[in-house]
Design a protein around this ligand. Structure first.
Ligand SMILES: *Cc1c(COP(=O)(O)O)cnc(C)c1O
Length: 427
């Protein structure tokens, strides 16, 4: 499988049926699994044997889909979670505890910002947010002796800033900590962060991976490249015995390739239970089968819409990393040579009110708290996803009050442009 191209992995990755077996992945809709002896089951509880015993921890359907995403990203281990929020929470909490610190890029998704700056802060984990435009000195100054990870999004939602993955990875590694990259908007079709030095990748699979607005979900993938033992003092959870698992030391028992995901499954999934349903994993897999075809079309449509918006005298600014002249166009060419994503942001002349008025007149493009769907949708973040933020935080996240986020679907680009044109004329 590993030699195949990503298009083939999207369609056929992780599941190869035997003679007479189902062509599509089976939905193992079972909470529990049967064993002949208590001894057999005991070995599973002690992590001495591989197998399933309770679907809160692991389920065969979910694991098949996690393995496909793992193959797409080029990782060594992966797990599905019930949402993207759960994926980012687990990804950080698996290595950062009370009293620890994390460096995060400031333009990240509003939900993740809230998780970090408010909820995880209450748990005693401290975050320093750095601007995507920070100098090397500012980035360096963000690290503390108790820093345990660096976090950023390949393409920030909705600010659309492109993360300089190599630069952030190098900074993280100089301080002996991993770089976690949320690759939701790019998907592994357009960017594989591990190839640029990232150590852990997360996803809200709710977006392009599912792609049809049918199932909320998340995923965490480990590159297997971060040497926990070389920084054993920083990561005691991986490098010292876990008393809740008979003194297993994850990094010793499961090695660099498996320690991180095994710990996240054995401890965090066991204790928090943010597990996806096998039905949802099945729907996610249907989306993955066409991900490579859809991503190309999303990007093509977004480029056509962005160029139309640029040419309109009713629009004050257009932000799409693929446009020549965009602040991140250089990073986009480097990390996203086949296109970034289907999301374009822009400002309607007349500010906040004009933006709301414009959206009211759209017929084909629907107002939704969603992006990255086969159907085009749009949102005014300042009055929806980012409404918890004050003006200063909005500015740091790159979200202005007049910003409209348009997520171009895979319909006809001409129809999308016609709809936008008539709405602009009505403003
Ligand atoms: C949507 C989103 C999330 C949260 O994912 P849910 O599946 O909605 O929980 C996290 N990160 C990014 C970049 C997102 O777009």
């Amino acid at each position: 499988m590993s030699n195949q191209r990503i298009e083939t992995k999207c369609v056929q990755g992780s599941y190869t049926p035997g003679n007479g077996e189902p062509r599509q992945i089976p939905i193992i809709q079972s909470t529990t699994f049967k064993y002949a002896t208590s001894e057999d089951m005991g070995k599973l509880f002690d992590l001495e044997a591989e197998g399933y015993f309770y679907s809160r921890l692991q389920n065969p359907t979910c694991d098949m889909v996690a393995r496909k995403i793992c193959e797409l990203e080029g990782g060594t281990a992966a797990m599905l979670t019930s949402s993207g929020q759960a994926a980012n929470f687990f990804a950080v909490f698996n290595i950062a505890n009370e009293g620890d610190h994390v460096v995060a890029e400031s333009s990240i998704y509003g939900g993740t910002f809230n998780l970090f700056a408010v909820t995880m802060k209450k748990m005693g984990i401290d975050f320093t947010f750095v601007s995507p435009d920070c100098s090397d000195e500012e980035l360096e100054a963000a690290f503390k002796p108790n820093t345990k990870a660096v976090f950023g999004e390949t393409i920030a939602n909705p600010a659309l800033r492109v993360l300089d993955i190599e630069r952030f990875a190098n900074a993280a590694h100089r301080h002996g900590v991993p770089l976690i990259v949320d690759n939701t908007f790019a998907t592994p079709v357009n960017c594989r962060p591990f190839e640029w030095g990232a150590d852990i990748v997360t996803h809200s699979t709710t977006k392009y991976m599912d792609g049809h607005g049918s199932a909320v979900g998340g995923c965490i993938v480990d590159s297997g490249k971060f040497d926990w033992m070389a920084h054993a003092d920083k990561f005691p959870g991986l490098t010292t015995p876990d008393e809740s698992y008979h003194g297993i030391t994850y990094a010793e028992r499961f090695g660099q390739a498996g320690a991180y995901i095994t710990k996240a499954t054995a401890q965090l999934m066991r204790d928090f239970g943010c597990t996806p349903s096998p039905q949802s994993a099945y729907l996610l897999n249907l989306g993955l089968e066409s991900l490579h075809v859809r991503m190309a079309r999303h990007c093509e449509n977004a480029m056509a819409v962005a160029k139309f918006l640029e040419s309109s005298d009713k629009i004050s600014w257009v932000f799409y990393p693929d446009l020549e002249g965009n602040v991140d166009n250089g990073l986009c060419k480097k990390y996203l040579p086949n296109g970034s994503c289907g999301v374009v942001s822009f400002g309607v002349k007349g500010g906040r009110k004009a933006a709301e008025n414009f959206m009211k007149h759209l017929k084909l493009c629907a107002i939704e708290t969603h992006v990255a769907d086969a159907r085009t949708c749009c949102l005014h973040p300042a009055s929806a996803t980012h409404r918890q933020m004050n003006d200063e935080e909005l500015k740091a996240a790159g979200v202005s009050p007049d910003l409209v986020r348009l997520s171009c679907g895979i319909e006809s680009a001409e129809d999308l442009i016609d709809d936008i044109r008539q709405a602009l004329e009505s403003v």
